[in-house]
Design a protein around this ligand. Structure first.
Ligand code: NAD
Ligand code: TDX
Length: 342
């Protein structure tokens, strides 16, 4: 099978490519990525010379480029993915997440090929109580979430109108190796290692459900190989936690890994800052459908996954030092300068 993986130089896409190459010895992967600030070919260093892999620098909005490629299925990981950036400027989110998905749908329609569209639990909005199912209404609250919900609705329309063989996955918060340090877990790890303040939005009681990235990759793969066309699958691990609890737990484990003691005061780095605008209180989905229909289950326990993640960031200092030395610092200053009183 020839797979077109879009956004394969990002966090989840690069983990998926590594997983798929080892799980399916007969698959060939074309990685199409525009290499935005979040795309990094170093994420794929260990597999870039594989005879079953090729990289093409390009935009998912480029219809002509897509016409020239040969593949049997599209896995769409490409997106603008950070909520805080969508609050600062929504335009790139509408372009890539909506117009880009539309281009891929047109390509899938023309070819008659499968499209797995990787979406998010954020499209349902905030879960005040209970769990969202695939039939829950879409009530996105951030420009990012609205752009993902829009793309999901386009996928639905192409299934209904044109009979495109598309499926949607809606996963909870991922963590693991190669995650860009703007997201909460790597941000906490890096700031703790560097002795920098750890910004906690609002009261720190917003709840997220954390899943190890490899479990999400297996879910996308299960949907590609065994999913039913036109269906939506929620993906989650039932590992809900308020942010402040997660941060305290992380700091304890980082201190252990670095051989530090309580008196070294990592918890003193915790700094409550002005809340994110439109900050969703809780995300929580029910993964019963993918478990029942496709036999998928999250396999990585949180303790295990988080320890592996912390060790990965400690062992791969060169990877993240390169990132935080460049363009990223400009964003960091805009996002946190005023919040941290600098
Ligand atoms: P990421 O920001 O790490 O990576 C996105 C990748 O897409 C980058 O490599 C970037 O260069 C590429 N890209 C952006 N615009 C592009 C364009 N126009 N054409 C081609 N490539 C482009 O994101 P991620 O965390 O790996 O998320 C991947 C997908 O999973 C996204 O669709 C996101 O909405 C979804 N998702 C993420 C999470 C999470 O917790 N990170 C959870 C659920 C769903
Ligand atoms: O500095 C911070 N301080 C803080 O308190 C940051 C970056 C985040 N937070 C809070 C906001 C959220 O409640 O931590 C929580 C997690 O934040 P993010 O890592 O930005 O993730 P979130 O907004 O929950 O969205 C993520 O999960 C769903 C991904 O970024 C999305 O791509 C995915 O769709």
């Amino acid at each position: 099978m020839r797979l077109l993986v879009t956004g394969g130089a990002g966090f989840i896409g690069s983990n998926y490519i590594r997983y798929a190459l080892s799980a399916h010895p007969d698959c060939y992967i074309i990685n199409l990525d525009r290499l935005t600030y979040a795309g990094n070919l170093e994420n794929l260093k260990d597999i870039e010379s594989s005879a079953r892999y090729e990289f093409i620098k390009g935009d998912i909005c480029d219809r002509k480029l897509l016409e020239d490629l040969e593949f049997d299925a599209i896995l769409n990981f490409a997106a603008e993915s950070h909520v805080d950036r969508s609050i600062l400027d929504a335009a790139p989110f509408l372009q890539t997440n909506i117009a880009g998905t539309h281009t891929l749908l047109e390509t899938a329609r023309q070819r008659g090929c499968i499209l797995v569209h990787v979406s998010t639990d954020e499209v349902y909005g905030s879960a005040e109580k209970g769990l969202f199912s695939e039939n829950s209404p879409l009530l996105p609250n951030s420009p990012y979430a609205a752009s993902k919900a829009s793309s999901d609705l386009l996928v639905r329309a192409y299934v209904e109108t044109h009979g495109v063989r598309a499926m949607i996955t809606r996963c909870t918060n991922n963590y693991g190796p190669y995650q860009f340090p703007e997201k909460l877990i790597p941000l906490v790890i890096l700031n703790a290692i560097s002795g920098k303040p750890i910004p906690v939005y609002g009261d720190g009681m917003n709840v997220r459900d954390w899943i190890y990235v490899e479990d999400h990759c297996r879910a996308v793969d299960a949907v590609l190989h065994r999913g039913r066309a036109g269906e939506i699958y929620n993906v989650g691990s039932g590992n809900e936690m308020p942010n402040i609890e997660l941060i305290r737990l992380l700091l304890g484990k980082i201190a252990d890994e670095l051989g530090m003691h309580e008196k070294d005061g990592l918890s003193g780095l915790i700094t409550f800052v002005k809340d994110r605008k439109g900050h969703d209180r809780r995300y929580a989905i029910d993964p019963a459908k993918i478990e029942r229909e496709l036999g998928w289950r999250a396999e990585t326990g949180f303790e295990d996954g988080i320890t592996r993640t912390i060790r990965w960031y400690i062992d791969n200092r060169r990877w993240w030092e390169r990132i935080i030395s460049g363009e990223y610092m400009k964003y960091y200053d805009v996002q946190y300068g005023e919040r941290l009183g600098r």
